[in-house]
Ligand binder design. Structure first.
Ligand SMILES: [Zn+2]
Length: 470
């Protein structure tokens, strides 16, 4: 049995689940489910990132202690993933004492090796990003991602990690196309260019942030939240005894805003700790909503719950996957989601199933295994909407065309042409269900239940039509 370890980022707990975090999580779920279908032993990890200044500030605003605040938000993520039928094997929280212990050990090892040293840090710091910014990254003297007042000049004694020491090795790794370790290609090129432009060492501790894991060699400082967070991918495999052999990860799935941390800093930390590197990092772009960047302040995020209420679990999953921004941003919107849902699921797939069940009741469907190598490859490359389109074209559109051509409802019940066409359509539906099981697990189950062996009556529509605003 092959092992397969896939992770989503752990989501920062200062905001609730959004379409953005749902996008990464549902995509990871599809890949994880596909690998389970192929009989791999899968470890699928997700969780929440709970330390840092911003969390402490949010907690204070809510008049809670930081841990009370985290305890109130983490269940919202767990709940959202349950709603979306996410099949993760473990949900890690960075406030877990076992994670904290592994973080301390990991960093102590790097410290003992001489890769961490003390220095004064001075620079522009964005408290929105919780990161120091280079002059080049600033626009009009402030971080372009956050309001101007978030960018402040900071000067403090910090512990630094010798990131620059590992840069040549990372460049070598990225230049070796064979390894294909960051994809898509555009992102590999982007990281390589930034590495070649020169990289400074980074500070890995904070002097005045109490809400964090104390540096094991200097309790007056806490570990920078990003460093603590990255280690989750490794720590989860270490404190879950039976998951120990899963490291290194086969695939880290993430959004482009955190590419640098994963592609460079995390790699260097692992090199320093003398641990194997993750095999692949896949980076997706963003959703925009009706042409605008999605943000809490604009109030235009689409919470997963809203999508599930409107489209059902499988409908929501389908829409997230078919608009997955695998290479370039993708604009989404509720009205377009409704159109897509009605066209693909209610009319195309759902209607085909209704027709086949109604006209073909009692017919025996011969078993015919599906050749889905193409589908598997597309999913492994995260070309998710292409993968779904391949299934629709090859099995669903083809069957609908066949029905419209032959018009079996005009033929007598025992007409051989009628029997042939309906069993072929049923068999195509079963093949589609087998492929799409990782995307729409419940609907696939229902299709199999209605068509396996003999065609049975369908009591309720697989995907009821949704009213659109015209
Ligand atoms: Zn910022």
């Amino acid at each position: 049995m092959k092992r397969f370890y896939i992770s989503t980022p752990i989501y920062y707990i200062n905001a609730e689940p959004s379409a953005g975090s749902a996008c990464t999580t549902v995509a990871a779920d599809v890949v994880a489910r596909l690998h389970r279908q192929l009989d791999d032993e899968v470890f699928f990890l997700t969780g929440t990132d709970e330390h840092g200044e911003k969390v402490a500030q949010e907690a204070a605003k809510a008049q809670l202690t930081p841990i009370q605040f985290c305890d109130s938000i983490a269940p919202k993520f767990i709940q959202a993933w349950k709603l979306l039928n996410i099949s993760h094997n473990f949900f890690i929280r960075t406030t877990d004492p076992q994670h904290k212990k592994i973080v301390s050990e990991f960093l102590q090892k790097i410290f003992d090796k001489g890769d961490i040293y003390k220095d004064k840090y001075e620079g522009w710091y964005c408290s929105g990003c919780e990161a120091f910014k280079t002059e080049k990254e600033l626009v009009d003297n402030h971080c372009p991602l956050h309001p101007p007042e978030k960018t402040v000049w900071k000067s403090e004694d910090n512990w630094f990690f010798k990131l620059s020491k590992y840069v040549p090795e990372i460049i070598k790794l990225l230049e070796n196309n064979e390894s294909n370790y960051i994809f898509p290609e555009s992102k590999r090129v982007e990281v390589l260019a930034k590495l070649k432009a020169g990289v400074n060492d980074i500070s890995v501790s904070r002097e005045n942030v109490a809400w964090g894991i104390p540096a094991p060699w200097d309790k007056s400082q806490t570990i920078y939240v990003w460093i603590d967070a990255l280690i989750n991918y490794y720590s989860a495999t270490q404190f879950l005894e039976n998951k120990r052999e899963f490291w290194p990860a086969d695939l880290h799935l993430l959004g482009k805003e955190i590419l640098w941390f994963h592609a460079v800093i995390w790699q260097a930390m692992l090199m320093s700790a003398e641990l194997p590197l993750p095999k692949k990092i896949y980076v997706h772009d963003f959703y925009t909503i009706d042409g605008q960047k999605m943000s809490k302040s604009l109030g235009n995020t689409i919470p997963p719950k809203e999508m599930v209420d409107l489209f059902g679990v499988d409908g929501a999953r389908y829409l997230i996957i078919t608009s997955f921004p695998n290479d370039g941003d993708v604009d989404i919107g509720i009205e377009r989601f409704k159109e897509k849902y009605n066209a693909d699921l209610a009319n195309n797939l759902g209607n085909l199933l209704s027709r086949v069940c109604k006209l073909g009741e009692g017919l025996v469907v011969p078993e015919s295994p599906v050749d889905k190598e193409n589908f598997i490859q597309l999913v492994n490359q995260l070309k998710l909407s292409e993968a779904v389109d391949w299934v629709l074209e090859n099995f669903i559109d083809k069957s609908n065309n066949l029905l419209n051509q032959v018009e079996p409802w005009k033929l007598s019940v025992d007409d051989s042409k009628r029997v042939e066409v309906l069993t072929e359509c049923a068999s195509n539906l079963l093949k589609a269900a087998d492929c799409l099981e990782p995307v729409i697990p419940e609907a696939s189950e229902k299709i199999k239940e209605r068509l396996s062996g003999k065609i049975k009556v369908l009591e309720t529509a697989l995907f009821p039509r949704i009213k659109q605003n015209d």
